[in-house]
Design a protein around this ligand. Structure first.
Ligand SMILES: *Cc1c(COP(=O)(O)O)cnc(C)c1O
Length: 432
């Protein structure tokens, strides 16, 4: 293995794992572990892959903030001209703090609160992706109370199977997401009749870690059928949002390249006479997933009768995907030359958290000893952004590498950070 799965920007040179021009061990030494390390070139290359497929077309890229919401990462995508897909008021404020143009933010999510709606209207977000009739009525009322119209697209559930993990599949009838396809036309009629709503577009997002193009084309066909039906009623739709969800290589998956997928989508749109429309994409994982690793130190090796354990200093609170979805992350040594006398062994790689679900990798063949460093691969998406303080573990530090330069983009949390909101001094109050 000379590069890590899915990213040439993490590569071995003379047996040492590098990110771009920086040996990872030097970062582990300088910043401590567990440590998330991201490659700016990898972020750029992932975005370029999208842009290659949409050249000369009206396609806007809205980075899905929840995949990795570090301000430095958001700033990079904002500078590159991306819009953003957000799912909370917190993500809205993050995107704005990173320099996002509010007009190019789309606000998704099934449970927007009235406070979040007000904030988003005041900041001037480009579009609300509305997921239910109840939400539509509430948004209408909030917009009217502010004397404005809320720009809206309806998130339609196209009922296609994205063939991914059930927890990250969102386009089936049985999911909580979106408005059922057969109710969408009625929902558009309602939206068009509400004074606080301005209908702008149509939206879908069918799942995540999708590794074939077919579900996208099925969803597009279903969406375009609806566009035709909605516009036949005199309700114009100025954009078509195809959501995110493109998968990455964690192990041996072979997802289509972003540019190829978009070329297919646009070819299908052309064939149906919609090629000149404004399309939108909301990629998260495929922009950041393979742009990051988590460096962790081996704390202990614990041989057992049935299994051998490699206990590391990163855990499910840092890397929740294995515990949540039994997800696979490759685990690679920082040094390919094991110390003299170290035998190869099959280990379960686990963290220090007091849960049996706290594992990062099962049955991995490693040559390691106490104090060695490992990289948990493909850790740029849905890792740090899902991290918690469970077991009162401070969240890890994050570093961004650009060529031979590196910058701390999030300091490691301290005990003071963990307890700063817990001011309770025993002075109870009553409601009288
Ligand atoms: C999570 C999410 C995305 C991004 O999904 P990825 O699989 O990370 O590309 C896009 N749109 C919506 C509405 C989402 O909820």
């Amino acid at each position: 293995m000379s590069t890590l799965p899915g990213s040439p920007f993490f590569h071995y040179q003379d047996g040492q794992l590098f990110v771009e021009s920086v040996p990872l061990h030097s970062l582990a030494q300088a910043y401590g572990t567990p440590l998330f390390v991201y490659s700016k070139a990898a972020l750029g290359s992932a975005l370029d892959a999208y842009l290659a497929g949409v050249q000369g077309r009206q396609v806007s890229i809205h980075y899905a903030v929840k995949a990795n919401s570090n301000l430095a990462i958001l700033r990079y995508f904002a500078q590159r001209g991306c819009g953003f897909d957000i799912v909370s008021g917190g993500e809205l404020l993050r995107a704005l703090a990173a320099g996002a143009d509010a007009a190019r933010i789309v606000f998704s999510g099934v449970g927007k609160t009235q406070d979040e709606m007000r904030l988003a209207l005041q900041k001037g977000v480009g579009c609300f992706n509305v997921e239910s009739l109840a939400e539509l009525h509430t948004l209408n009322a909030v917009a009217q109370s502010l004397g404005v119209q809320a720009p809206v697209s309806l998130r339609v559930n196209p009922d296609v199977d994205a063939q991914t993990h059930p927890y990250i599949s969102t386009g089936l009838k049985s999911n909580k997401f979106g408005i059922a396809h057969d109710q969408a036309l009625a929902a558009y009629r309602l939206a068009a009749s509400l004074p606080g709503i301005a209908v702008k577009g149509i939206d879908c997002h069918i799942g995540s870690q999708i590794t074939t193009g077919a579900p996208y084309l099925d969803a597009l066909d279903r969406l375009l059928d609806l566009v035709t039906a909605v516009e036949a009623e005199g309700i114009a739709l100025s954009h078509i949002d195809c959501g995110g969800g493109l998968g990455i290589q964690y192990q041996d998956e072979q997802p289509p390249r972003a540019g190829d997928l978009w070329a297919q989508i646009l070819t299908r749109a052309d064939a149906r006479g919609f090629g000149q429309r404004h399309f939108m994409a909301e990629p998260g994982r495929s922009l950041v997933g393979n742009a990051g690793v988590c460096v962790t130190e081996v704390l202990y090796l614990k041989p057992g009768e049935e299994r051998h354990f490699c206990i590391v200093d990163a855990a499910m609170n840092d890397l929740p995907r294995p515990a949540l979805y039994e997800a696979y992350h490759a685990i690679a040594p920082l040094s390919q030359t094991p110390a003299a006398g170290v035998q190869g062994q099959v280990y379960d790689v686990v963290g220090p958290v007091c849960e049996s679900g706290d594992w990062l990798g099962r049955e991995r063949h490693l040559h390691v000893r106490q104090g060695d460093w490992l990289a948990v691969c493909s850790a740029g998406a849905y890792c740090m952004s899902m991290a918690s303080n469970y077991n009162s573990r401070p969240r890890a530090a994050e570093v961004l590498v650009d060529g031979e330069r590196h910058e701390l983009i999030r300091a490691r949390e301290t005990f003071a950070d963990l307890v700063q909101a817990e001011a309770g001094q025993g002075s109870f109050s009553t409601n009288q």
